[in-house]
Design a protein around this ligand. Sequence first.
Ligand SMILES: [Fe+2]
Length: 205
Amino acid sequence: MASDPTTRLQTLATAIHQHIQQTPDVRTGQKIDLPNITNTTYSPVLMGQQPRATQFIPTLLASPHAGAMAQVMALLAEVQSLLTWRQNPNYTVANVGQQFLDNFCHATLTSADGPLQGPTLPMGWFVLFGPHTLYKTHQHPPNEIYLAITAGGEWQLGTQDWQALNAGDALYIPSNTPHAIRTHAKPILTYSIWLEDADLADIEI
Ligand SMILES: [Fe+2]
């Protein structure tokens, strides 16, 4: 494993993008297009207060993984020190509840603010959910892709039935489609990509 941050982060982002490019949308069977990752640079992201949900990271990294998601997990373990786990600053006890705040966090991998920057990169981040957690219905203008890195989560689009994603499944969520996510006994790790530029403040919840 190369030791420089740019190479490590780019290797991980490439593994994720290539997997999604090869994985039809679980709902429609359609191919998901993503830009290739080239000409990236590393920009350190400042550490903040560690969200409580980071307590589940060791469990997630230590649990068994297979196939492409085993590779993603191994690469993720190599870049842990370069990622900054955060809470969405717009989420409060009033709008999402304390239980959700304690069981949800994200760490950006690709964005204009780093840690991996590049001219063709959409915003992408790891999103972690604790057990028995409901990310209630919300929506946003960007088209979104979720990759389930671990199994155990369920997604709901609009009023459709809840759909479980296995490890390695990809789900395309069209612009402004209401969606919700829930977990059961296990924490889950996912990767989310917004295909158009936007801000976390653009999430309606
Ligand atoms: Fe979303």
